[in-house]
Write a protein that binds this ligand. Structure first.
Ligand code: TYM
Length: 382
């Protein structure tokens, strides 16, 4: 297949054709029929990231709903590779996951892959990764999951509870599989070769179907999980994939901390930084002069400020439509569009900071002593 983009867990580049990705990865589109079914089950409108096709692809979501309707239930799983500088894109799957947990009242496991974070970059120290993990866990806890139904764990700590199952899983995955799926070669360190087995483990935490909200870059892992799961006596995992929150510089590609701090809004950015970054770097769909803009109008398809409002920050459909109409007609200027976004992002980050502060006191409910966390520390997976 000819294509001019790349999507792997470590590299996202080029102009991503999401329809092509669905074909290439062999996933399924979330179509209107499935959305309608979800609306029925959830009792009304879906989260706007689902309504607006930002979560666009899935594996076995229909089977998850069947299990739910039969009373068998399912559980949620998502994760984060710790690094300094979490950006708002990293919260996208977390926000979706919280919405699903609120709707379905199910258990949730959040894997903090300190092993992956360390193995992945030569310049990182073990201590540095642990420090980042601690910070990232607070940012994740700030999203507000159910503390009795959520377990957040670091791979290095939970290893003793899962080692036998990890070995059984690892024995089923060959070097040639991970080379083919992830593009590893003989210079890739052997820790990284082994790591994909661990990312499958949380999908086996319960003998129910697992649903994983994440961006589509993580799907490679689920393909491997789905190859080995039934042989180990578990379900093939289900997944719910999002597109990527784009960087400030343009609507293609993905917001990523490694691409440079000026391309992303970090969760630690203060009000002034947000304002400067958006004003200076957000790619605009506006015309070069005010006069021309009033005459021809702006292009919302390429305007990053508008796209961020649509994806995440403006939940109200009517308000979003007004913004779109006014921009296209030239009534709303590019600088004004950016101002709307700046206010929204700053309100979002203010709330996040407050919740994060509270999480400093409650985080152990998720990691140690909440109902699910307590059960998980007593469990051994063989
Ligand atoms: P990591 O830390 O690279 O990313 C964490 C989650 O954020 C998603 N993501 C984005 N989503 C939308 N827009 C973006 N610009 C963007 N950038 C990142 C990722 O898809 C991911 O869901 N190997 C994993 C850690 C992990 C995991 C999991 C992730 C372990 N188990 C289960 C998801 C589900 C990683 O490196 O994620």
């Amino acid at each position: 297949m000819t294509k001019n983009f790349t999507v792997t867990p470590w590299e996202v580049s080029g102009e991503i054709d999401y329809n092509k990705l669905i074909k290439e990865f062999g996933t399924q589109r979330i179509d209107e029929t499935l959305r309608e079914r979800l609306r029925k089950v959830c009792g009304g409108k879906l989260h706007h990231m689902l309504e607006r096709d930002f979560f666009f692809s899935h594996r076995d979501l229909d089977r998850v709903l069947n299990d739910h309707e039969k009373g068998k239930g399912f559980f949620l799983y998502t994760g984060r590779k710790p690094s300094k500088g979490m950006h708002i894109g990293h919260l996208v799957p977390m926000i979706m996951t919280k919405w699903l947990q609120d709707k379905f009242k199910c258990n949730l496991y959040i894997e903090i892959t300190d092993d992956e974070g360390f193995l992945h970059k030569k310049e990182r120290t073990w201590e540095g990764v642990q420090e980042a993990a601690k910070e990232n866990i607070l940012d994740i806890a700030a999203v507000g999951f159910d503390p009795e139904r959520t377990f957040i764990f670091k791979d290095s700590e939970y290893i003793r509870n899962v080692y036998p199952l990890l070995m059984k899983t690892a024995r089923k995955i060959t070097g040639s599989t991970v080379k083919a799926v992830f593009g590893f070669n003989d210079s890739t360190n052997i820790g990284i070769h082994m790591y994909p087995a661990y990312q499958a483990i949380p999908t086996f935490f319960e003998k129910k179907r697992c649903l994983i909200p994440c961006a589509i870059d993580q799907d490679n892992y689920w393909r491997i999980q789905r190859d080995v799961a039934e042989g180990l006596g578990y379900y093939k995992t289900a997944a719910l994939h999002s597109k990527f929150l784009p960087p400030l510089q343009g609507v293609t590609g993905k917001m990523s901390s490694s691409a440079g701090v000026e391309t992303a809004i970090l969760l630690t950015d203060d009000e002034k930084t947000v304002k400067n970054k958006v004003n200076k770097y957000a790619f605009s769909g506006g015309q070069p002069t005010v006069e021309e803009h009033r005459k021809k109008g702006g292009n919302t398809d390429v305007d990053v400020a508008y796209q961020w409002l649509k994806i995440l920050f403006e939940a109200d459909d009517t308000k979003l439509r007004t913004i779109e109409t006014n921009y296209k007609s030239g009534k709303l200027l590019s600088g004004e569009m950016k101002m709307i976004l700046i206010e929204k992002v700053n309100a979002f980050l203010k709330e996040h900071r407050e919740q994060r502060k509270k999480a400093e006191k409650t985080v152990e409910r998720y990691t140690r002593n909440g109902k699910l966390a307590t059960q998980m520390w007593e469990r051994i997976y063989e």
